[in-house]
Design a protein around this ligand. Structure first.
Ligand SMILES: NC(=O)NCCC(=O)O
Length: 383
């Protein structure tokens, strides 16, 4: 079944009677979004280069004192381009070429900020638990080939780029991290942020390679708004989203690599819920395809050894603070999703629902401070 169904929203459109569709849509997905008019040059280029392109608009009410703060955000989901047995440099170069093609199309659509999927320059090889050649994909966040490549793209297109890579930290004993590098539209490296929560589930053997990040919940002030990057497994941790939001993030990207059997039913809920709970936009990005590895590996579950991880189901989407969301990109093909958003919607939703005001953070801060003490006793009343 995995890999067959292209898109759940497409099925709804096909099978729900036309007279019921908009009500079904409103209940499941929130207020219906206007489609973004994309230039035909971009649509043609996407079709020639064989990737899906979709665009939606999140509107906000007009205010008297603030102008609309309209920004276009792009999300790219892609496959690996070469077999995992190809030389490392060739695999990376092929991915650079593919991303450059898609970013060129994003630029035709006036995208201001773009984010790629988790560890986008490599196969998601952590399932294998092998070191070589996979650790050779790690690069310096500050001056590695991928960062230089992104700096050129950012300058060329006046675009902020969030580039999640496997980082080799030469200043700290050559250690590895799972890192997103944020590059300003000027081409300067604005900074980096590391994955805070590392999975210990299924074949996601990432803790074999790197540790939980040490960069906290930093937020990047860009020319187009304040952004943060909550990498993959971090999306299961509500406090992680909360802290990016407390530091002022208006858009939180969630570059991911995850497979159908494990997480597909959680996928549409978690980033969307985070947008609602934190009065911000969230952008969930997942890779697509099935990646085959030469040496079979086991999953510690008594089942037979295998050569692949399962199907990465794509389905990248954007959610707004009012709970509305875009349809997902395809479950099976590469794609570019563009969301035009008025960032004024963040404060407008905050003023309506007041979660920041009613959140009782001081109460939770005290309770959590007690709960993490070694002498903590749970507060349970018994008969
Ligand atoms: N890459 C990663 O953290 N995957 C973990 C699985 C998931 O969070 O769905």
């Amino acid at each position: 079944m995995s890999g067959q169904l292209v898109c759940v929203e497409g099925l709804l459109g096909k099978h729900v009677p036309a007279e019921d569709l908009s009500e079904v849509w409103r209940i499941l997905y929130g207020k219906e979004l206007r489609k973004l008019d994309l230039p035909s040059s971009a649509v043609n280029a996407a079709s020639q280069e064989n990737f899906e392109i979709k665009g939606c608009v999140f509107e906000a009410a007009l205010e008297q004192l603030r102008r609309p703060r309209t920004v276009r955000v792009g999300l790219i989901q892609n496959k690996i381009q070469l077999p995992t047995t190809s030389p490392v440099a060739e695999q990376v170069n092929a991915l650079h070429r593919r991303i450059a093609e898609i970013v060129d199309v994003a630029a035709m659509c006036d995208v201001n900020i773009i984010c790629f999927q988790e560890a986008w320059t490599m196969p998601f090889a952590f399932c294998t638990r092998e070191r070589l050649p996979w650790t050779e994909f790690a690069e310096s966040a500050e001056n590695g080939a991928t960062t230089k490549f992104c700096q050129e793209l950012a300058k060329k297109h006046n675009m902020v780029i969030a580039s999640p890579i496997l980082e080799r930290d030469e200043s700290h004993g050559d250690t590895l991290w799972n890192t997103a590098v944020v590059i300003s539209n000027t081409g300067a490296v604005l900074g980096k942020t590391r994955k805070n929560h590392i999975p210990r589930v299924g074949d996601f053997n990432e803790s074999t390679y790197y540790m939980e990040g040490n960069t906290g919940h930093r937020v990047f002030q860009t020319a187009f708004g304040r952004i943060a990057v909550n990498i993959c497994y971090g999306r299961h941790h509500p406090l992680n989203w909360l802290m990016y939001s407390i530091n002022g993030a208006e858009i939180i990207f969630n570059p991911s690599a995850t497979i159908g059997e494990l997480s597909e039913s959680l996928w549409p809920i978690e980033a969307r819920n985070a947008a609602i709970a934190n009065h911000c936009f969230t952008c969930a990005i997942n890779r697509v395809g099935t990646e085959h590895f030469e040496n079979e590996f086991t999953s510690g579950d008594g089942k037979k050894a295998h050569h692949d991880f399962g199907h990465f189901y794509g389905s990248s989407y954007v959610s707004a603070p009012d709970g509305s969301r875009t349809p997902g990109l395809s479950r099976v093909s590469e794609g570019l999703l563009i969301a035009e958003m008025d960032l004024n919607l963040c404060r407008q939703t905050c003023d309506k629902w007041n979660f920041k005001m009613t959140g009782r953070y001081e109460m939770y801060a005290e309770e959590l401070a007690r709960a993490v003490r070694p002498d903590f006793q749970a507060d349970i009343v018994r008969e």
